[in-house]
Design a protein. Structure first.
Length: 286
């Protein structure tokens, strides 16, 4: 396998070249898919909203009864060591905490910590100008408030998404909308109220930022979002670390609003880009 830029990986207490990084097959992440992770963007040496991502990483670990082997300040220092070592201008870092080397392949042991860094590209102009089509599927994740490594359903549905010529799949149960496998969802009502589901969702960092930004301009709330509300919404958009905001213009073949990206979605995207620039100035690593 080719590893461009000879990128480095942090494994437990070592910084090693990507091609030499490994875990033993007894790790519970391999045996049972047990572990948590988080992911954040890097640009020109700056990790955006890092404190929020690290807080969520520790919270996910706590929910899943795993202990991060470093205190917060030490883990932050490791992140910046990796950023400096790899020197990738536009990238993302994934932090993975596994279930550890399990003696019986079932019970957790001492967790293994892995940090990887990869090049990253944001959504192209076409998605922002034309929006995306999505489908829905009846499902709710186990432990939705923890960012676990279990993406079985999302991956299993990838063929259905492709066959439907869609960009993603939205989970719902009994007509109540929750989240995408890797994104949160927002709707904009006819009176410009911005609503995002409150239950059975991962509390995304971008979701948090959009709620703060939207609250300065529009009535904004966490609450129940039904499929009927979704289909009748003036605008729908998804949010994530890697996508920022992407307008959704079609759900299960039904057009949303005018069938084109709306002004609320696009204005909030501009606000988010400005917030990222502010974070880069205020929280620059010394």
């Amino acid at each position: 396998m080719d590893y461009p830029n000879r990128s480095y990986v942090f494994v437990n207490d070592d910084m090693v070249p990507m091609e030499k990084a490994s875990l033993h097959v007894s790790d519970l992440s391999i045996q049972r898919g047990y572990g948590v992770f988080d992911f954040f963007k890097i640009r020109d040496g700056h990790a955006f909203f890092l404190d929020d991502y690290l807080d969520r990483f520790y919270r996910s670990a706590e929910i899943m009864h795993l202990k991060v082997p470093f205190p917060l300040a030490n883990l932050k220092a490791i992140v910046y060591r990796l950023i400096k070592k790899n020197n990738l201008p536009e990238s993302g870092i994934k932090m993975i905490l596994t279930g550890g080397y399990s003696a019986d392949g079932y019970h957790p042991a001492s967790p293994n910590l892995v940090l990887t860094q990869h090049s990253l590209s944001l959504p192209g102009r076409e998605q922002l100008e034309h929006g995306i089509k999505i489908i829905t599927h009846a499902y709710a994740r186990d432990f939705p408030q923890a960012k676990t490594i279990n993406y079985t359903m999302g991956i299993w549905l990838s063929n259905k998404i492709k066959e439907s010529q869609a960009a993603d799949v939205l989970y719902q149960q009994q007509g109540i909308v929750s989240e995408f496998p890797r994104c949160n969802i927002f709707i904009v009502t006819d009176d410009n109220k911005v609503i995002t589901p409150a239950d059975n969702v991962l509390h995304g960092v971008t979701r948090k930022n959009i709620m703060k930004l939207a609250g300065k301009k529009y009535p904004t709330e966490e609450g129940t979002v039904t499929m009927d509300q979704l289909l009748r919404a003036r605008e729908v958009f998804l949010t994530s670390t890697t996508k920022r905001i992407v307008p959704v213009v079609q759900v299960d073949g039904a057009l949303i609003g005018t069938g084109k990206p709306g002004p609320v979605s696009l204005s909030l995207l501009d606000d988010l880009v400005s917030l990222e620039a502010e974070d880069s100035r205020i929280n620059a690593f010394p």
